[in-house]
Design a protein. Structure first.
Length: 275
């Protein structure tokens, strides 16, 4: 039902197609990029835009277009992986807390309150400083910070459904709690989870790119958009054009996910939009 509603919305279909095309470019990067993104040629450094190098070259003579396409993999796919892990943990904690209530709810919510009481960026820096600079640690840091926000929102939605007639009937006929959670409550809040996830992927992309820009995320020479900005800032006065491509790419991709989140919300809850 939810997928059918989304497929009728042209904006949703268009944005999904656009993001899907970007993802495919990242997947097939070795076959569609004109140059090796790691090959240095100091003789052509800072080459301007041309047919041979559509986005020019960087301070080491590497083709910026090739590095930009290869950068889709860590930028987009790490963000999606982080979001899946965050949603999974937050949804589980929110479902358990909102459905069972009582002592378990109190423990989870106090943990959520504690996590939300700290500034998110400070917590992320602390986790990375504790675990070290690594791709795996970047994902862990983002999940540790963001799951509590999802848990609280999902708990609120679960509490709206836990006493509905179809849930009460399922309890009366002796359905297992796991069955009720997985087959009744989770599908009931799936639309809210989809909206939250699509809106927050943009935040994750910015966060991962920011960490790479600060030297705490993806490390050179791996092509990643935040890391490319980090390299470009060192030659800002000499070749400011080097920052344009990765900067615009981040803005476009984040804007696409933000628009997708709004479009999904409008498609799944038209009454709220009309009001």
């Amino acid at each position: 039902m939810m997928i059918a509603l989304l497929m009728r919305n042209r904006l949703v279909v268009g944005l999904v197609s656009f993001i899907g095309a970007i993802a495919l470019m990242g997947i097939f990067a070795p076959w569609i990029t004109p140059y090796d993104p790691y090959t240095n040629d100091i003789l052509i450094k800072f080459a301007p835009y041309s047919l041979e190098h559509p986005l020019g070259t960087d301070h080491l003579g590497r083709d910026i277009l090739s590095r930009l396409i290869y950068g889709i993999r860590p930028t987009l796919f790490l963000s999606l992986l982080t979001m899946i892990a965050t949603i999974s943990l937050g949804a589980f904690m929110g479902l358990v807390s909102g459905y069972f209530r009582g002592f378990l709810d109190e423990v989870i919510m106090r943990l959520v309150d504690m996590m939300l009481s700290f500034p998110s960026q400070i917590m992320i820096f602390s986790v990375i400083a504790l675990l070290g600079v690594d791709v795996q640690n970047i994902i862990i840091a983002n999940v540790v910070i963001k799951w509590a926000w999802y848990a609280r929102l999902i708990r609120t939605k679960v509490m709206q459904y836990r006493d509905r007639n179809f849930i009460l009937y399922s309890r009366c006929i002796g359905s297992k709690e796991s069955f009720i959670l997985g087959h009744h409550l989770l599908p009931s809040i799936a639309s809210e989870i989809a909206v939250l996830a699509s809106l927050d992927v943009g935040w994750t992309i910015i966060n991962i790119s920011t960490l790479s820009f600060l030297g705490l995320g993806i490390q050179a020479p791996l092509p990643e958009w935040g890391a490319m900005l980090n390299e470009a800032k060192n030659v800002l006065t000499v070749n400011p054009m080097q920052m344009i491509a990765p900067g615009v790419a981040i803005v476009v991709l984040v804007s696409a996910f933000n628009l997708l989140g709004d479009a999904i919300r409008d498609a799944l809850d038209p009454k709220e939009v009309q009001s």
